[in-house]
Design a protein around this ligand. Structure first.
Ligand code: 2AM
Ligand code: CA
Length: 258
């Protein structure tokens, strides 16, 4: 199954790579910060069609879809973001990806994340490990003060500006430096590959973190909500992830409530 998921995800990435005249296909969803392009829709249609061929009985949860009901009762569910990093895609940054997760009975079983611009393909299977372009990857064992912290600004949620800045301010003095890349799925993969020590964002949707959370876990990272509780695959939640040491330190810091 993993090889077939990888093949479909790669092909979807090809659609993103061949996109032309992206500007004229942009539309606002809930706000000027929440955007969609015709390519998001095109890639999602492709993924729905090809993934359901692999597993016709599965449910399908995608960012651009509306089939949201009763998915948690299905044995298998695809959790898919056709383009994670849509703003990067529109603005011409080459830091976007296709994110394909497959959950079984509410647990992530397979995850594939592909950046078609640099050709990095991250994949994982529960209990089997995580790979970057076929080579095993592992989280960093560097201490927090020698590690980068990636964060996401949850910019679609005005109510979270204060909380995001509180966590940023608390963590900033303790880490090597901070990065903000704009694709949560890739952020989690960067942790998995040991390119950063930790990641947080105050609210994300399941398709942003489903595949990446498994890839990070299989690489040895801890992935939870901001209070340390398990992530929710069917509802929005905040995410705190990192190498086990970095995750523990940040959890303790964030819980101080300063
Ligand atoms: P997107 O590029 O697929 O929209 C950036 O902070 C991260 O948040 C990206 O992974 C982005 O995914 C995601 N994101 C975008 N809109 C969101 C929304 N309304 N709710 C939660 N996450 C969102
Ligand atoms: Ca998206």
């Amino acid at each position: 199954m993993l090889e077939r998921l990888i093949a479909v995800t790669r092909e979807a990435g090809g659609i993103i790579r061949s996109a032309r005249d992206v500007d004229s296909s942009v539309r606002e969803k809930s706000s000027p910060r929440d955007l969609v392009t015709n390519y998001d829709l095109l890639v999602q249609d492709f993924l729905r069609r090809e993934l359901l061929k692999l597993l016709p009985e599965a449910g399908f949860l995608g960012e651009e879809g509306d089939e949201r009901e009763n998915l948690s009762r299905k044995e298998w569910v695809f959790i898919v973001d056709p383009i994670d990093g849509t703003t990067n895609f529109i603005q011409g940054y080459h830091n976007s990806c296709v994110s394909v997760g497959l959950a079984k009975q509410g647990q992530m079983e397979y995850g594939v994340v592909f950046n078609p611009y640099d050709g990095e393909l991250y994949a994982a299977q529960r209990g089997k490990g995580a790979w970057l372009n076929g080579k095993p990857i592992a989280c960093t064992d560097r201490p927090l003060d020698h590690s980068l912290l990636i964060f996401g600004s949850a910019l679609y949620y005005r109510d979270l500006v204060g909380e995001t800045l509180r966590l940023f301010n608390a963590a900033f003095p303790l880490v090597q430096d901070i990065r903000r890349f704009g694709s949560a799925a890739l952020d989690l993969c960067y942790l998995a590959a040991g390119k950063a020590g930790a990641f947080f964002e105050c609210r994300l949707c399941p398709w942003d973190y489903a595949a990446g959370s498994l890839i990070a876990r299989e690489a040895g990272c801890t992935v939870t909500q901001l209070d340390g509780s398990p992530i929710d695959l069917f509802n929005k939640c905040g995410i705190l992830a990192g190498s086990p040491g970095a995750w523990r330190e940040l959890l303790a810091l964030f819980q101080k409530g300063e």
